[in-house]
Ligand binder design. Structure first.
Ligand SMILES: [Zn+2]
Ligand SMILES: [Zn+2]
Length: 411
């Protein structure tokens, strides 16, 4: 009896028709047919519906037959099921068979990576040797060898995945290291910049002394704005008066602080002078801001807010233990409302003032405050006081302060 290739599978099984013919039992043929269909499904599943699974399997069978060469197939079932039909791949790519992609017929990239890996190469050689030794029979040694090969495949695939992850981690670490080095270089370059004002080297573009001096000018300008916004909005005369008085008070307080420091004697650095001037200007501006808020707090809008909130709170006086406690609570809430309103009024006036500032003034000093502020903000870490004092300088008053003191005295 010469068995015919099952209907519908003629094209796939055509290369191995001679081996198929020797499957003498009906049950055996049914079993192998099932295996063929399972392999076709496997190929379709791995490569997708766009790939001709029958073509792929037919080519596989041709290759296996070529490999067999002149060695006779002694066990047709074992040879077909164990050798000819299964996909052979050492790599984790399910579209790979014998190192080639079933869908594109190109060399399998995953396998090429495995070839680079010595351990995988050994395991591949081992797997091949066991197949050749088995001589096409399905028996226990072959099964065990196959099991071993499977294990090797898994180990190789795991090794590839591990190496891959390691490579990726090394690449990431390299990038991080480069970024760190770049940032360090940028930081070093930034720190190495000389002061743009006085030329002091390695001060990140602005030394502590010049920064303090700039800040003093900013604080004076801020104080003048606060004073004008509070007391100088009702006419030019009021404005001029507020400007003059504030300049005088600010410069006066600054000069006083500097005089006090110089009077203390010893070697005084220009850095300490600038720092003392800045601290004095900050204190003076703070006091002026409090006076301004206090003034607004007693103007009609804030007073009205106070009364309104007080009345609202007193309507809920029944929530308190006594009328006295209710009044105390209402007073506190209303005062808070009063001062909130005062702050808002001051800020509104400051906004109006800055918005109304003539453009010619801005042109004369092109964005000076913004520039200085940006520069200060750009210096992430302000120089600590001991660093500001580390370089000895002749104990002379900085120019701007000297001018300031003249103006202060003259006013
Ligand atoms: Zn592969
Ligand atoms: Zn400087």
């Amino acid at each position: 009896m010469w068995a015919q290739v099952p209907k519908g599978l003629e094209r796939v099984l055509e290369p191995v028709a001679m081996v198929w013919g020797r499957l003498d039992r009906m049950t055996t043929r049914r079993y192998v047919t099932k295996v063929v269909r399972a392999r076709l499904d496997e190929i379709s599943g791995a490569c997708g519906p766009g790939v001709d699974a029958e073509r792929v399997l037919r080519e596989r069978l041709k290759r296996r037959l070529t490999e067999q060469g002149t060695v006779p197939v002694t066990d047709p079932v074992g040879w077909l099921v164990g050798r000819a039909l299964p996909r052979r791949a050492l790599c984790p790519d399910s579209r790979c068979d014998d190192g080639r992609r079933m869908d594109t017929r190109a060399d399998c990239a995953a396998c090429q990576m495995l070839v680079l890996d010595g351990r995988a190469l050994r395991s591949r050689a081992f797997a091949k040797a066991t197949t050749a030794l088995a001589g096409g029979r399905v028996d226990r040694p072959v099964f065990e060898a196959e099991l071993n090969a499977c294990w090797q495949r898994e180990a190789a695939a795991a090794a590839v995945r591990r190496e891959d992850a390691l490579r990726q981690r090394h690449a990431r670490e390299r990038v991080w290291a480069e970024q760190r080095a770049q940032r360090a270089a940028q930081e070093a370059a930034r720190r190495a910049l000389a002061c743009t004002v006085c030329g002091k080297p390695e001060t990140a573009g602005l030394c502590g002394r010049c920064r303090d001096e700039r800040r003093v000018e900013e604080l004076v300008a801020e104080a003048v704005d606060v004073a004008v916004a509070t007391w100088g909005m009702s006419g030019e005369a009021y404005r001029l008066d507020a400007v003059r008085r504030t300049e005088r008070d600010m410069r006066g307080a600054i000069d006083q602080a500097v005089r006090d420091l110089l009077a203390a004697g010893g070697g005084v650095f220009a850095e300490s002078v600038a720092l003392a001037a800045r601290l004095a200007a900050e204190l003076q501006l703070g006091a002026l801001q409090r006076r301004a808020v206090n003034w607004f707090a007693h103007q009609p809008p804030a007073q009205a807010e106070y009364e309104k909130v007080f009345a609202t709170e007193m309507r809920r006086s029944h929530l308190h233990d006594s009328l006295e406690a209710a009044r105390e609570a209402a007073e506190e809430t209303a005062q808070t409302a009063r001062f909130n309103t005062a702050h808002a009024l001051l800020n509104d006036q400051l906004r109006t003032l800055r918005a109304d500032r003539p453009t010619s003034e801005a042109d004369a000093e092109p964005d000076w405050y913004a520039q200085a502020a940006a520069q200060v903000r750009g210096l992430i870490r302000p120089a600590p006081p001991e660093r500001a004092m580390s370089v000895r300088r002749p104990p002379a008053l900085p120019g701007s302060l000297a001018r300031g003191s003249e103006a202060g005295v003259g006013a």
